[in-house]
Design a protein around this ligand. Structure first.
Ligand code: HEM
Length: 470
C-alpha cells in the first residue's frame, strides 16, 4: 500500500468503549463472558468492521461475505496464530504444530500429504467402521429408557476418531490415546493454563507441559506400531505418503498432525450431533418428515454408502443445523503486513477474525435467520463465503467430507431405531470451549420411531440464539 493510500484510510474503528473501571482489559473481559452474544452484538451495533475495543486495531472483527473472501483467500497476508505459548523445542510446541497452526509452504506441503486420507474413496472406506460403532452404541440403548446425549455422542465420536484416524478399536479406547488427548485438551483449554504460562509446579501450565511429554511419547509409540502394519486408517495413509515424499518427515515432525486431527474432529462433530438432535425435539413436523424419508430410502436395512447421498432432507437438516449453530463461532488471523479492510487501515501484527456464526445470521443472506428451517435449502444456494461452517479457501476444513458423512450415517441410524424427547424443564445453556456446545448434559427420553411426538419446550440460554416455534 502506498503512503498516499494509507493516509486516506481511517483508523478509528468503531467498537465498545474501554470500561470506566478496567479500561481496555475490562472491555475485553466483558466480551469473553459470552463470546457468542458479544460477537453478534459487535456486528449489530458497529457494522461490518468492528474492534473489540473502540479504535484498537490490535483486535478487529470483519463480518460478511466480502470480508470472509478477503481474509480467507489471502493466507499469505492473514496468517494463523498459535493460541498457546509453548517453550521452544518442547513436546507442547510439537503437539501444537499441526496443519491448523501452519502457514506458507509448510502448510501447503502438509496439507497435500494429508489430502489422500480425506479423498472420497478413503471416506467411503471408513463407512463400515462408522456404521459398526454406531450399531454398538444403539444396541446399548436397548436396555435404557433415556440417555445422556452429550456423553453418548462424545464417546461415539471419540470411538470413531480412534478407529478411523488411528485404527484403534473401541475396546482399547479406555486406556488409549483417545483418553490422553481428551485430558490434554482439558489441560490446554483451562483459563488458568492460558492466563499463567508459568513453568513451575504446582502451576497448571507446568503440569500441562509434563503431560504433553507423556502424550508425545504415546503418539510416537503408536506411529511405530502403525508403520509395521498395513491398516486402513488416516494415520497409516499419512505415514505411507510421508515415506514416499521427498522431504520424508520424521515421526517427531508428524506428532502435531496427529494431535490436530484428533482435536479438530471429535468435539466439533459431537456438538453438531447434539445440536441437531436438540433442534429436532423442538420441530416435530421436521422430525416426522425425516423419519419418513429414512424409512422410504433405507427401511430397516443397514445404511450403505449410496444412502448417504440419497437422503436430501436429512442433508438439509444437517446443513441448516450447521448454519444456525456452527461449531466454529469465529476464527483469528494475524496480519503479516499493513493492509486495509473496507475503509480502515489495519497495521501489521493485528488480529483479525472472520465469523461463520455472524455471517449465517445476516438477514440479507438468510430470511428469518434465527429460525431452524431445513426447507430454505430448496431455494437458496449461497456462495462458499456466505455459508462457511467449515471455513473456506485454502485452509477450509480438510475433514468436512468426513464430518458430513459421519453426521449423516449417525443421525440416519439413530432415526431408524428411535425417536427422542426432552424431559420436563430441560435446559440447554450454550458455551464455547473450543467450539459451540452445551454446558450441562441433557438426558433424552428414548421412544420407538413410530411418529414424532411433541416435546417439551427447551429452556436455557439457547433461546437467545434460536427462535423456536411458539
Ligand atoms: C462438524 C464438524 C467440523 C466442523 C464444524 C469443522 C470446522 C472447521 C473450520 C471452521 C475450520 C477452519 C478454521 C479456520 O479457518 O481457522 C476447520 C479446519 C480444520 N479441520 Fe475441521 N471441522 C469439523 C470436523 C473435522 C474433522 C472430522 C476433521 C479431521 C478428521 C477436521 C480437521 C480439520 C483440520 C486438520 C483443519 C485445518 C485445515 C487447514 O488449516 O488446512 N475437522 N474445521
Amino acid at each position: 500500500m502506498t503512503q498516499n493510500n494509507k493516509a486516506l484510510l481511517k483508523t478509528d474503528i468503531p467498537g465498545p468503549k474501554p470500561l470506566r473501571i478496567g479500561g481496555n482489559i475490562g472491555t475485553r473481559f466483558a466480551f469473553s463472558l459470552d463470546r457468542v452474544q458479544s460477537v453478534m452484538d459487535l456486528y449489530t451495533h458497529f457494522g461490518h468492521i468492528a474492534a473489540m475495543v473502540a479504535h484498537d486495531t490490535r483486535r478487529v472483527f470483519a463480518f460478511g461475505p466480502i470480508f470472509n473472501h478477503q481474509i480467507l483467500s489471502n493466507p499469505k497476508l492473514f496468517h494463523v496464530v498459535p493460541f498457546l505459548k509453548a517453550p521452544a523445542n518442547s513436546a507442547l510446541e510439537r503437539l501444537g504444530h499441526g496443519l491448523i497452526m501452519m502457514n506458507g509452504d509448510e502448510h501447503t506441503y502438509y496439507r497435500s500429504l494429508m489430502q489422500p486420507s480425506f479423498h472420497k474413496q478413503a471416506i467411503e472406506s471408513y463407512h463400515h467402521d462408522i456404521v459398526n460403532l454406531t450399531v454398538s452404541m444403539l444396541d446399548s440403548w436397548e436396555r435404557k429408557e433415556s440417555v445422556w446425549i452429550v456423553e453418548e455422542m462424545r464417546s461415539l465420536t471419540i470411538g470413531i476418531a480412534n478407529k478411523i484416524l488411528f485404527g484403534i478399536d473401541k475396546t482399547i479406547v479406555q486406556s488409549s490415546i483417545g483418553k490422553d488427548f481428551q485430558r490434554w485438551l482439558q489441560l490446554i483449554t483451562r483459563p488458568s493454563t492460558i492466563l499463567f504460562p508459568i513453568n513451575t509446579l504446582p502451576f497448571p501450565y507446568a503440569k500441562m507441559l509434563a503431560f504433553s511429554s507423556v502424550l508425545e511419547q504415546n503418539v510416537i509409540a503408536l506411529m511405530h506400531q502403525k508403520s509395521s502394519k498395513n491398516t486402513n486408517d488416516v494415520l497409516s495413509i499419512l505415514l505411507s505418503s510421508a515415506k514416499t515424499s521427498d522431504e520424508s518427515p520424521s515421526f517427531l515432525d508428524l506428532v502435531g498432525q496427529v494431535a490436530t486431527l484428533f482435536l479438530a474432529s471429535y468435539e466439533t462433530t459431537t456438538n453438531a450431533l447434539v445440536w441437531t438432535m436438540l433442534l429436532l425435539t423442538q420441530h416435530p413436523e421436521i422430525m416426522h418428515n425425516v423419519i419418513a424419508e429414512i424409512q422410504s430410502v433405507c427401511g430397516q436395512s443397514p445404511i450403505e454408502p449410496l444412502h448417504v447421498r440419497s437422503l436430501p432432507y436429512l442433508g438439509s437438516i444437517i446443513k441448516e443445523s450447521l448454519r444456525l449453530l456452527p461449531p466454529a463461532i469465529y476464527s483469528h488471523r494475524l496480519t503479516t503486513e499493513d493492509c486495509f479492510l473496507g475503509d480502515y487501515h489495519i497495521p501489521e501484527g493485528s488480529r483479525v477474525s472472520y465469523s461463520p456464526y455472524v455471517t449465517h445470521r445476516m438477514a440479507d443472506l438468510y430470511e428469518e435467520p434465527r429460525r431452524f428451517d431445513p426447507l430454505r435449502w430448496e431455494s437458496i444456494n449461497p456462495s462458499p463465503y456466505e455459508y462457511l461452517p467449515f471455513g473456506a479457501g485454502a485452509r477450509m476444513c480438510i475433514g468436512s467430507g468426513l464430518a458430513i458423512t459421519q453426521l449423516t450415517i449417525i443421525l440416519a441410524m439413530i432415526i431408524q431405531r428411535y425417536s427422542w424427547k426432552l424431559p420436563l424443564n430441560a435446559k440447554a445453556h450454550y458455551q464455547v470451549l473450543v467450539s459451540l456446545g452445551i454446558k450441562e448434559d441433557i438426558s433424552l427420553k428414548l421412544e420407538k420411531p413410530t411418529t414424532a411426538t411433541i416435546s417439551q419446550p427447551i429452556q436455557g440460554t439457547i433461546r437467545r440464539l434460536v427462535d423456536f416455534p411458539a
